[in-house]
Design a binder for this molecule. Structure first.
Ligand code: ADP
Ligand code: MG
Length: 501
């Protein structure tokens, strides 16, 4: 198949220390992403999650004799869109093969997959890892080897009856995209960033919902270790890892296991393993099978899949703006830092929310409000954006109230809390609760005079040490319940104390 290129050298700071040597960990991921489509890859049965067992099973899925697969065009379009989103080669001709094996949840006795000629060839994903000690992020390109379409299997259920196992074929025949990376990944953090980025991309594209907790995305994690400069070592494949956190943990556990064996003079057996999150270790499942064990051959029930470049181009012209392009635009056109832009684009609904707040306003201010106040509050209360009681229009109006001098930044934070709890139009709330900033110089002057008169000792000190003027500003602000215009207070305090700028 594809040649395995050994193109990356690991930054020494990412090496894993063994008892004698430092080790480099080499990782390649095979991610199974369930295609978002109403019907299965080769049948019209529904793909709905959580239906009664064996409710969504057609005669094709149950492999009744004489049934013929019919390809679902929407699944093809989704695979092409995903390939385009990965900047990958789209193959105008691909072939469906039978991968033969027996399992009770696979009534056909083979899985229809793509072997030699996948629908999508080489591509790449850019991940950002960091921050390092200086707060910097590094962009790394991870090669994609291929993306192919295949059928999912059903599910055996061993815990429903004391002496029998059951099988649920609802998932049988649902379309999966297997997205295979090159062995370009060099640490658990990079692997987590890769899965995260891949999930963000398919969610933007709408080609997979990316919900790992429902099994719509799962990763097979290939891990090997070597001393820097050596050729690739033997890899083990950890199957079906179903969360990003576990991807990281499985890699670390597996790398430690392999390093211990090699340092003790042993060798690594090529194996398929499982990660046990409760024990924090991987354990052997079976020795690794080779491709020829499956006796792949082109499925005689299906013609090779062929489509035109014009078809690909039309799908391409309908793609949404993807996270990298959005991030670039947020930085270059809206003046955001790379970090803030990355936070916002990581989740499309958040990016959309931010853009609504930023409409006609300063981008940086809008980003601050969304990241620090909104996301901060969502985080604190453990809620999702969809459940946010505060709308983009409400945040926008709070920002406008600061901008036009109606409220101070400090009062704005209180206002946000009130809107979060009670809702309402921010401008009305400010009016009704008397939260308006006091810009009336006369009133502020009186307050400044009062504080100065009450603290003669501080006045003497401040005259020698102008920095202490800040203390007076604080006192006046406090006395005004945060409503005095801080700039006016500052100016008046300085004038009254006779401090030069
Ligand atoms: P298979 O289907 O037999 O698992 P593939 O050729 O599809 O094999 O590749 C599986 C994955 O293993 C790919 O993601 C690839 O990058 C990765 N891989 C290959 N060699 C190594 C290695 N030495 N260490 C870690 N990962 C590797
Ligand atoms: Mg594999």
């Amino acid at each position: 198949m594809t040649e395995i290129l050994d193109t990356r050298t690991t930054d020494p700071k990412r090496l894993i220390p063994g008892s004698v040597d430092d080790w480099e960990v080499i990782i390649g991921l095979e991610v199974h992403a369930q295609v978002k489509s109403r019907a299965k890859l080769f049948s019209g049965a529904s793909t709905e999650f959580g239906a009664e067992p064996n409710h969504n099973v057609s005669l094709v899925d149950a492999a009744m004799p004489g049934m013929l697969p019919v390809i679902n065009e929407e699944c093809i379009a989704q695979a092409v869109r995903t390939g385009l989103g990965l900047n990958a080669q789209i193959n105008l001709r691909s072939v469906f093969d039978r991968k033969n094996y027996f399992y009770p949840d696979l009534p056909q006795g083979y899985q229809i997959s793509q072997f030699k000629d996948p629908i999508v060839g080489e591509g790449a994903i850019t991940i950002s890892v960091g921050p390092d000690k200086n707060g910097d992020f590094e962009d790394i390109e991870i090669g994609i080897e291929r993306l192919h379409l295949e059928q999912d299997a059903g599910k055996s259920m061993h815990d429903q009856h004391p002496t029998m196992s059951f099988v649920d074929l609802n998932r049988t025949g649902v379309a999966l995209m297997e997205i295979v990376s090159r062995p370009d990944i060099r640490s658990a953090d990079e692997a987590k960033a890769y899965v995260n980025k891949l999930r963000t991309i398919v969610r933007y594209l709408g080609t997979c919902d990316g919900n790992m907790d429902k099994g719509s995305m799962r990763a097979d994690v290939n891990v090997s270790v070597r001393r820097p400069g050596e050729p690739f070592g033997t890899r083990c494949e950890i199957k079906n890892v179903n969360s990003i956190r576990f991807v990281g943990q499985a890699i670390e556990a597996e790398a430690r296991r392999q390093i211990a064996i090699l340092e003790a003079g042993g060798t690594i057996d090529q194996e398929t393993r499982l990660y046990d999150p409760a024990k924090g270790e991987t354990r052997s499942m079976r020795s690794k099978e080779d491709a020829h064990d499956y006796r792949y051959f082109p499925d005689p029930d299906l013609l090779p899949l062929e489509f035109s470049q014009a078809y690909v181009d039309s799908l391409k012209s309908d793609l949404p703006e993807l996270p990298d392009a959005k991030k670039e635009r947020f930085v270059s056109q809206m003046g955001l830092s790379a970090y803030d832009a990355a936070v916002l684009v990581a989740d499309k609904p958040i990016a959309d929310y931010f853009e609504q707040v930023a409409e006609g306003r300063d981008g940086k201010t809008a980003a601050n409000w969304v990241i620090n106040n909104l996301l901060g509050k969502l985080n604190e209360t453990g809620s999702d954006l969809e459940a946010s009681p505060v709308s983009p229009a409400q945040i926008g109006s709070i920002i406008d109230l600061i901008d036009n001098g109606t409220i101070s930044g400090k009062i704005a934070k209180d206002l946000f809390e009130i809107i979060w709890e009670e809702g309402g139009d921010p401008a009305d709330v400010v009016e009704q609760r008397g939260m308006k900033q006091v810009t009336d110089t006369g009133a502020i002057e009186a307050a400044v005079d009062e504080v100065i008169a009450a603290n003669p000792d501080q006045v003497e000190k401040a005259k020698e040490k102008p920095k202490l003027a800040g203390w007076f500003v604080g006192q006046v602000m406090k006395a005004s319940g945060g409503k005095a215009n801080p700039q006016t207070v500052q100016e008046l305090v300085k004038t009254k104390l006779g401090i030069e700028e």
